[in-house]
Each structure stands twice: as C-alpha cells, then as structure tokens.
Design a protein around this ligand. Structure first.
Ligand SMILES: *Cc1c(COP(=O)(O)O)cnc(C)c1O
Length: 396
C-alpha cells in the first residue's frame, strides 16, 4: 500500500494544530473533572471552577491584564460582536458613531454593518499602499460622537501590524474606546493592553495552538471601567456578559495555549521569521514577476502574502495541493469569486489580487519544508505559464 505524504501545512492564519501539551491539559476535563463550573454545591463544580480561574489568569498574563478582565466566549467572532455591539449599546448617550478600518476581518466589519442598519454611522478608514493605517487619518475621523474605534493588531491576510500604541494614545486623548482584534497577534507578538491603551481585545484559542470554539474578550475594568451590554442573555455567567455553561475543557486548553505562547512566543517568532525570510528569498530567486503584498517591515514573522503576475491564485493553489496547504485571500471569504477586500484596500488590482497566495508559517514547519515549497511553487508557476497563451517570463 502506498500512502501519499500529507501536504505541508502553511495555512496557520486559518487555524493552528492543538499543541500536544494543550491537549493533555484538556483531557481530564472531558471525563474525570466534567463538572459544571457554576455548580457551587459540590466538588465536581469546584474543580471545574478552579480550572477556569487558573486559565483566566493565564490568558490575562499573556496580554498584561488582570484575571477579572477576561470574559470567555466561543471565539474571536463572538468576542468582536460582544465588544462592538456591546460597547455601542452601552454608550448610546455619547453618540452613534464608530470607526473601523477597511482591512478588518469580517467578524469586525459585519457587526459594524449591523450597527449601521440600526442607524449608526460607521467610518471605514482606508489604509496606505503598505496596508498600514495612518494614525493621522484616524485623528481626523474621530468626532465628539465617536463611541468606539476598532482596529486589528495584525492582519490575517497580509500580516501587517498596525501602530496600536499610537492609536491607543489618540483614543485616550479624544475619549473614545479602542477595541483590538488580536487573534493573529497573540501567539507572535508581546501584547500589553495597558501600555497600548486598549479597552477591549479579542482573542481566539485556535489561532494560538489551542482548540477551536473558544476565545476571550478582555474588558478593561479600571481607568476606565468599560461597560458593555451583553449580546447573549441567559444564566448570567461571566459576570452577566456572556451567559451559557462554560466550555471547561476549551477554557483549560486556551489557558494552556496562552501560557505556552507567553513563555515560548518570542523564540518561535524568531524561528518563524527566519523561515519566512528563507521562503521569500527562495521565491524571489525562482519565480519572476513576484510581488509582496503589504509592508514587510511591520509584519507578523510568520506571514508572507505575494502576488505572482500572470498566474491565477486558485490554479496555483490547486496545482500545489499535494505539496503545500495554503490559501488565496482569506479562508473566511474564499469560495466567493470576489477578490480579497484587504488587497483591494491596498490598491492592488483585481487581477493581481486574484494572483495572490498567502503563506502562514507555524511551529511545525522546517527549513526543508520551506525549500520543498519553493521548489513546488517554481514548478507549478512554470507549468501554468507555459500553458497560458500570453505567458510572461517563464520561471526556473
Ligand atoms: C480567525 C480570526 C477571527 C475569527 O476567530 P474565531 O475564533 O474563528 O471566531 C477573527 N479575527 C481574526 C483577525 C482572525 O484571524
């Protein structure tokens, strides 16, 4: 029997595998310690509640928060909805204006649209050609009625890192709240919500080697105390901000993933930056007509997003499917023929946007993987170009 080797996984912006240490930490909470963390009358509940509180402290430590500022949710999508809809609803007296950025994830853009449908004004700031938000544009957009600014820490498609501390200072000066979707940044960058002036921050466990279906929202409780109106109503869990029986194994997994990211993140980031640079150098040497999308300097160490002239991204990715698992545009919008809204916001033509490919490196990747991927891309690009009638310079 012959078994095809599995393709190399380089789609870590879509999701990451669960770290074996995380899985091990979770397992007892499915069976042995299966209690409901809200059960106050017996040991089963106490054990679960203790584990939840330990995980809450671990998640808080990753971002420089206090444990009582962490609300567990089902993921970053829910955290973003709670932050945006909840802060808007709680601050109606200030006004009905929110500001976000054109390159945000759908999980931020869509709740903003929902506000718009309820009569709010939404300003969607453009980005510069390198994908970065210019704080001066934000300064111009903030009004007396602005309740909330929502800007991601790092972008999930092109990996660019926004100047969050500067944005935080602006929001503090002008008295509006700052929400940051840090789903992609948490495993890779040191985050300090206080130093950066962040009021609300979304996290997703499955983007940091934890399980899917669990996330957290940081809600600042001091200087200032941020008020939110809940989106999910019920038993009053999580201080009334997010009702529903707690996902204890998921929470334990998220805590463990956060602790690992805190102790090993810097080392992993260094290692992945070296791999990413090797990938880029290899592609540049082997594939003519390659362009990097977004700033290389202000970028997550594990991200590379390139467009390859004259090559259809989907065809390239299909041609590579036995070699490497990657995506074109964002996983959440793929399946639609629309070019990525992120690349469009950078002023990249629909043609080049359709030629884009996103590499998301992760802890499991090696130098050998990178070299195999470079070889695979060079071969498939050469083949596709040979087939195209108006083929630009051939590769290899
Ligand atoms: C993955 C991702 C989300 C969605 O997170 P879920 O936990 O899957 O809901 C939101 N924002 C960004 C930037 C992401 O990368």
């Amino acid at each position: 029997m012959t078994t095809q080797p599995r393709p190399i996984y380089m789609d870590h912006h879509a999701t990451t595998p669960v770290d074996p240490r995380v899985l091990e930490a979770m397992l007892p909470y499915f069976s042995e310690y299966f209690g409901n963390a809200s059960s106050r009358t017996h040991e089963f509940g106490w054990r679960a509640a203790e584990a939840v509180e330990a995980a809450r402290a671990q998640v808080a430590a990753l971002i420089g928060a206090d444990a009582d500022e962490i609300v567990f949710t089902s993921g970053a999508t829910e955290s973003n909805n709670l932050a945006i809809l909840g802060a808007a609803e709680a601050n109606l007296r200030r006004g009905r204006h929110v500001i976000t950025c054109m390159t945000e994830h759908r999980a931020v853009l869509d709740p903003c649209r929902a506000l718009e449908q309820r009569g709010w004004r939404v300003t969607r700031l453009p980005v510069e050609a390198d994908g970065l938000l210019d704080p001066a544009r934000l300064a111009d957009a903030i009004e007396a009625e602005t309740v909330l600014v929502s800007v991601m820490w790092a972008n999930n498609e092109i990996g660019v890192i926004h100047p969050i501390a500067e944005i935080g200072r602006l929001c503090a000066q002008r008295g509006c709240l700052l929400h940051v979707d840090a789903s992609q940044a948490a495993a890779m960058l040191p985050l300090d919500v206080r130093a950066a002036g962040v009021h609300l921050l979304s996290l997703s466990a499955h983007k940091m080697y934890g399980p899917k279906g669990i996330g957290a929202l940081y809600v600042r409780r001091r200087e200032p105390r941020v008020r939110l109106v809940p989106v999910v109503h019920g038993g009053g869990h999580e201080r009334g901000l997010r009702s529903g029986t707690l996902n204890v194994p998921g929470i334990v997994g998220m805590g463990s993933a956060a602790a690992i990211a805190r102790s090993e993140g810097a080392q992993v980031a260094k290692q992945l930056a070296a791999l990413r640079d090797r990938l880029l150098a290899g592609l540049r040497a082997r594939v003519p007509g390659l362009q990097v999308n977004g700033s290389l300097e202000h970028r997550l160490p594990n991200n590379l997003n390139v467009s390859i002239e004259g090559v259809e991204g989907e065809s390239l990715i299909m041609g590579l499917r036995s070699v490497v698992a990657v995506s074109s545009g964002s996983a959440c919008t793929s399946g639609s023929a629309e070019p990525s809204h992120v690349l469009a916001a950078l002023g990249i033509s629909p043609r080049l946007a359709h030629s884009s490919i996103r590499f998301g490196l992760g802890r499991g990747n090696t130098q050998e993987d990178v070299d195999r991927v470079v070889e695979g891309v060079a071969q498939v690009v050469a083949r596709l170009r040979a087939m195209a009638p108006d083929a630009p310079p051939s590769a290899t």
